[in-house]
Design a protein around this ligand. Structure first.
Ligand code: ACM
Length: 533
């Protein structure tokens, strides 16, 4: 009796998260990324098999989300909800909450998850799963604290990239990778689909792209820098059929993730030129590259055939990927061939261009015209700033953040993914001998956590042009799904918190403490992540 009174009087141990002094009770909930605000009570409710799942009919997706919860609770939490107790998980889509945000309240007889859009509800459901992980399980069910969480992301673009050009990863792994994004409330999958060493997209109009460009004769053994170089002698490649890509797009959509296809141009295109040498400056012959690095053979910017080819390819790509963006690469395009080739020089003359950088800018601007007609927004790596930015281009800053700063100040949208904080192909420890072979560099989990996508130098009134950021996984030295997981995770968790949570709540100690739960989730998902030291 007395105890009960104490409970009712002293119940509301409200923990409001101000600044970065998170209470241990909050850390113990194991939430990654950290929500915006948590009010936690020491009262508990027990979710049991007698609960059910209901929704307010605010959106068609709520029915699907309800059945997904039911499956997940049975699979991961040993809870087969069958009703009978008038206690419910209740999903609502209703106006009034932040864009992409959600609110979750847990009381004695209800777990209420509300969002103004279904993706907000989806994020609330991910939080519920994390609370169930850290809740106390018993024979009757799982104890959860009464609480209210109000949450919304800091950035609109919370992305992860995967290079499937250097090494090919099949649809089943790509879907797993998308699961990892969903776990982290990320919403963009940047699919780097074409490279010098392999083209991965089926295009009906150009069958040689999958017959020839999708395969290289052999692959390098060891590091690019090792001399003499050794080769494995094995033909290597693969590609995605249109059905494969439709499957990935639908899967990503079910997790509220936009797929951004990247079709590289004018550089990183040797695989295309091997099949269609007439699109190069020299006319070929060319081979699909087997060596990593930057190659001099690039699309000819003087020939109209190049633009006809790309328009046809991009039209098919736009049909496969319903999202609003197409990434056209634009990085690392050597100008050697353009300097030597009369048609490129004639183009420079005819268009009144100053040099080959302006020729690249002319190239990208023409492609932007194509994408405009297809109703897509163009994204390019920061080299697209050189020679003049296409009018509506979105810039992805990778060679540091200067390109992103310049683009934002010029009124362009920006995705920040600098090598310094976002290149997950870099080593994760300075003790490189004891790490699997990587491209180089060193990027620790803590350094990723320190990433600020809005660096000094951006005019305060231009900060809104920073859409967000992204972790990039280049795969020259990553040939298996297990190694992708090892390189991407847990750095993906740090990136997710940078992109979702409030800057003033950033606290590495709290993060690593909450990550203890995240590692258990990775174990359950059988992820080959890098274990913390
Ligand atoms: C890049 O890493 N070349 C964008």
């Amino acid at each position: 009796m007395f105890k009960k009174e104490i409970n009712t009087i002293a119940i509301l141990l409200l923990i409001s998260m101000m600044g970065c002094n998170l209470k241990p009770e909050v850390n113990e909930l194991g939430l990654v990324p950290l929500p915006k605000s948590i009010s936690l009570s020491d009262h508990k409710t027990t979710i049991t098999d007698q609960w059910d799942i209901q929704h307010n009919g605010g959106h068609d997706d709520l029915e699907t989300l309800s059945s997904e919860i039911s499956t997940a609770l049975a699979t991961n939490y040993n809870l087969s909800l069958s009703g009978g107790s008038s206690r419910s998980i209740f999903l609502n889509v209703e106006s009034g909450l932040a864009k992409e945000g959600y609110e979750i309240t847990i009381s004695d007889d209800e777990i209420n998850i509300s969002g103004s859009t279904p993706n907000g509800v989806f994020y609330g459901i991910q939080t519920l799963y994390q609370l169930l992980d850290s809740g106390e399980a018993s024979d009757s069910g799982i104890d959860l604290n009464h609480l209210t969480i109000t949450d919304e992301p800091r950035f609109k673009w919370r992305g992860m990239h995967l290079d499937v050009g250097r090494h090919f990863f099949d649809v089943s792994f790509v879907k797993k990778y998308i699961d990892y994004l969903a776990l982290h409330k990320m919403n963009v999958f940047h699919w780097h689909l074409t490279e010098d060493q392999g083209w991965r997209v089926e295009i009906d109009a150009y069958p040689k792209l999958t017959e020839i460009s999708a395969f290289r004769d052999e692959s390098l053994i060891g590091h690019y820098r090792d001399k003499p170089r050794q080769w494995d002698g094995k033909k290597y490649g693969g590609y995605y059929s249109k059905e494969d890509m439709a499957e990935v797009v639908a899967y990503a959509q079910s997790k509220y993730i936009t797929v951004v296809p990247e079709i590289e141009m004018p550089g990183h295109t040797r695989a295309v030129l091997a099949a269609y040498p007439e699109l190069s400056c020299t006319g070929g012959p060319h081979t699909v590259a087997k060596l990593w690095g930057v190659h001099k053979e690039v699309f000819c910017a003087g020939k109209e055939e190049t633009f006809q080819f790309l328009e046809t390819v991009l039209t098919e790509v736009a049909e496969i990927f319903p999202g609003p963006y197409i990434h056209i690469g634009g990085d690392e395009c050597p100008k050697d061939r353009w300097k030597e080739h009369d048609l490129d020089q004639q183009r420079i003359q005819a268009e009144g261009l100053k040099d080959e950088h302006e020729l690249q800018s002319y190239f990208i601007k023409r492609i932007e015209g194509v994408l405009d007609r297809l109703g897509k927004n163009l994204i390019g790596w920061d080299e697209i700033l050189e020679g003049g930015l296409a009018p509506d281009a979105i810039v992805q800053s990778w060679r540091g953040m200067d390109g992103g700063i310049a683009a934002a100040n010029a009124g362009h949208e920006v995705i920040m993914s600098p090598t310094s904080h976002a290149y997950f192909d870099y080593y994760q420890s300075e003790d490189k001998e004891n790490e699997p072979l990587a491209i180089g560099g060193f990027l620790s989990l803590e350094k990723v956590y320190e990433f600020d996508p809005v660096p000094p130098g951006i005019d305060p009134e231009k900060e809104h042009f920073i859409l967000g950021g992204q972790g990039n996984v280049w795969t020259e030295y990553i040939s298996t799904p297990e190694k992708v997981e090892y390189m991407a995770i847990p750095r993906m968790s740090a990136m997710a918190e940078v992109l979702w949570s409030r800057e003033q709540d950033r606290d590495y100690e709290s993060f690593t403490s909450r990550m203890d739960w995240q590692y258990k989730r990775f174990d359950r998902m059988k992820v080959s992540y890098r274990k913390p030291n």
